[in-house]
Design a protein around this ligand. Structure first.
Ligand code: K1U
Ligand code: ZN
Length: 167
């Protein structure tokens, strides 16, 4: 297994739109393992393939406290979205920034798992938030882009400062 480098906002590669996975072959299975390892090491509760510069519709999530409940979503599609909820979000591609975002409170998602099995997942709470956050990545959208222009400008300034301090 391997730790994959995570792209950092505002890297333009985070804005690429991911293509559907054609077949769950050995390469995809290896990518899922590497993404899981990368997410746990970060640490995070989700990771989209876009964030590791692979532009395929694939994401992994584990919101368990035991870190042993990896959920894999290949070619995910939201088939129902209901209600509205506000939740504080973070992103491994935007380190150190946490902001409240409003999203659907409940979603029903259809996706393939790592065995190529089609399944339907009903999600609410953190899982619903995380699925929507990761699916946005697959569309080339980063959560800070849902915030006001003023907040985005402040975040850009903070990230630039973080970068200068890291040099
Ligand atoms: O997409 C990502 O970069 C992963 C992101 C997922 C997410 C978190 C919170 C709300 C929506 C989406 C993260 O995992 S950020 C890190 C984080 O939230 C966390 C890290 C360690 C323990 C618990 C949470
Ligand atoms: Zn993210």
């Amino acid at each position: 297994m391997a730790l994959l480098p995570i792209l950092h906002y505002p890297d333009p590669r985070l804005h690429k739109v991911a293509a559907p996975v054609k077949q769950v072959d050995d390469k995809i299975v290896q990518l899922i393992k590497d993404m899981g390892e990368t997410m746990y090491a970060a640490p995070g509760i989700g990771l989209a393939a876009t964030q590791v510069d692979v532009h395929l519709r694939l994401l992994v999530i584990d919101i368990s406290e035991t870190h042993d409940q990896l959920q894999v979503f290949i070619n995910p599609e939201i088939i129902r979205a209901e209600g509205e909820a506000e939740c504080e979000e973070g992103c491994l591609s935007v380190p150190g920034i946490f902001e409240k975002v409003t999203r659907a409170a409940r979603v029903v998602v259809s996706a393939m798992d790592q065995h190529g099995q089609q399944r339907t997942v009903e999600a609410e709470g953190l899982l619903a938030v995380c699925i929507q956050h990761e699916m946005d990545h697959l569309l080339g959208k980063v959560f800070v882009e849902k915030l006001s222009r003023l907040k985005q400008q402040r975040i850009a300034a903070r990230l630039a400062k973080q970068q200068r301090q890291a040099m």
